[in-house]
Ligand binder design. Structure first.
Ligand code: CA
Length: 145
């Protein structure tokens, strides 16, 4: 999934960035690794190859709940390098489930990225950006290698 972040000016300080994912009601037992990549706003096979080798975080989701995943450092690095889209890929470790989180088709439970940042210039001091995923989660079935 990719999120447009080009509204955040270069040199901004990212105070916090949280990726919010709603898990399904069913059993979601299993560990998930979240990978990040520089997106381009288009869903494509290359996205999976572009994901960084090292996960941002590995976590265990709980069913039917909002999972708040801290991605502050990743977003800060993207802002520093002028990236326009933040890309995320989820990969499941161990037990396979094809669908763990709601996609952007579920308007009330779609993935969203919440970024709290401070502009580099002293005029409005803090802004909050809420963006919805352009593309829902469809990548769990694919793996590298
Ligand atoms: Ca892409």
């Amino acid at each position: 999934m990719e999120f447009e972040i080009n509204a955040i000016p270069a040199l901004s300080t990212v105070n916090s960035a949280v990726l919010n994912l709603y898990s399904h009601e069913e059993d979601v037992a299993g560990t998930i690794s979240l990978y990040g990549y520089v997106g381009n706003g288009i869903f494509q096979d290359d996205d999976f190859r572009d994901a960084n080798k090292n996960p941002i975080v590995t976590f265990m989701p709980t069913p039917n709940s909002l999972n708040e995943i801290i991605v502050t450092d990743f977003i800060q690095n993207l802002v520093n390098s002028g990236g326009d889209f933040a890309g995320f890929q989820l990969r499941q470790i161990g037990e396979r489930k094809t669908s763990l989180f709601y996609s952007s088709k579920r308007e009330d439970k779609r993935p969203f990225l919440e970024v709290d940042y401070t502009l580099p210039i002293p005029v409005p001091p803090t802004a909050l950006l809420l963006v919805s995923g352009l593309i829902g989660l469809v990548g769990l079935k694919r793996r590298l290698g």
